[in-house]
Ligand binder design. Sequence first.
Ligand code: PMP
Length: 461
Amino acid sequence: KYESQPYNHILKIRKQNFSPFISTYFQKPLLLQQGYMQWLFDYEGRRYLDLFSGIVTVGVGHCHPKVTAAAQKQLGRLWHTSPAFIHPAIHEYAEKLTALLPEPLKVIFFTNSGSEANDMAMLMARSFSQNVDIISFRGAYHGCSPYTLGLTSVGAIKPRIASGSSCQTTMCPDVFRGPWGGSQCRDSLVQTIRKCNCTPGCCKAKDQYIEEFKNTLHTVVAKEIAGFFAEPIQGVNGVVQYPKGFLKEAFQMVRERGGVCIADEVQTGFGRLGTHFWGFQSHGILPDIVTMAKGIANGFPMSAVVTTPEIADAFTKHLNHFNTFAGNPLAGVIGSAVLDAIKEDGLQENSQETGSYMLLKLAKLRDEFEIVGDVRGKGLMMGIEMVQDQDSRQPLSLKEVNLIHEDCKDMGLIVGRGGLFNQTFRIAPPMCITKQEADFAVEVFHAALSRHMEKRAKGVV
Ligand code: PMP
């Protein structure tokens, strides 16, 4: 029971022996026991629909039977070898994964986490271009290692210790919270059916953000840069989508200044956006380097960097990169089983179908509740941005967002959070979620919002 000794004992350990930063999300943190596909079970046996997949990671479902079976089989054979020994699993996997990427993105480097993959991409950009400055968006999350912390620019994460020098952040082209734009500017299903609520000059939003981007490029002393990192849709910053065509133009400007373009697919890759396997494809762009983690192995610690032979050569001339764990046989079979599951279970198609279905239903919440400022996203990556009211777009107070969040959890729904003010609910369930479960999720949101509005009306929040 939640009041029982084991629960309290675990909370005590958490408090005494864990980093004080790591949030437990809820007033009464969840103590989980088990997961199966899109469901999580706490140690009292309560069931929760998981709308966040362990931060957009468990793409094919918790303990997916085929992935688990593949891992178990390999666990009994060989876990680990030196990267210098040849084992078929990781080679076959490399062939399978690179086949999913367009030419000339064919050379793969294995790493163990998203931060490590982006560290490596930064080194690649600098060694290939022979420049130092790297640009990322304000609000971006690219990792928490000392090197990638220079790129990461999320309020709660920006460190007060020196790290990641020669990184510049540029204005995020956020058409909802930024100075320019309206919902019509981005590529989203909701916007195609919703009337434009543009601010004046909205349809020029892309050009205005591009001007800002140009200004950032001018601040770089040598006028030449090493690279530009972008998430195809920002995850941690609250599922932020850029104006249509922005990335295409930005990539061109970066290349004109000697830089390479990096797509951070840590959250958006592996079919999550539905229309495409990779997020960059939905922008009609071809990056020079692609980084991937999280969904790559459904929660097993693994990540990868894929680049062109030319960049790979330049990089390896500068660094004899070595990594003990990366690309071990276990990672190879798990990664491979994940790719099979995405294909065999039709998960990219389900992301498109169920994601679109859910997005349109969630969008209706905005019509009903004035504290729902924006509903956006693509495939099974969605955001609901909470505001004080739709006119001011001021973020809803943390206290109120927390209450709604907790209420959803109490009704059996696990939702993520993000955004500069932690004001956005993030939805990225395992890609096997059904329409029926999407209906349940929307009903829970509806009930939590209705209850909250009643409390507001009574002045008790
Ligand atoms: N890139 C993106 C887009 C991410 O969301 C994250 C993690 N939130 C990372 C990189 C870093 O990944 P990791 O936590 O595995 O280091």
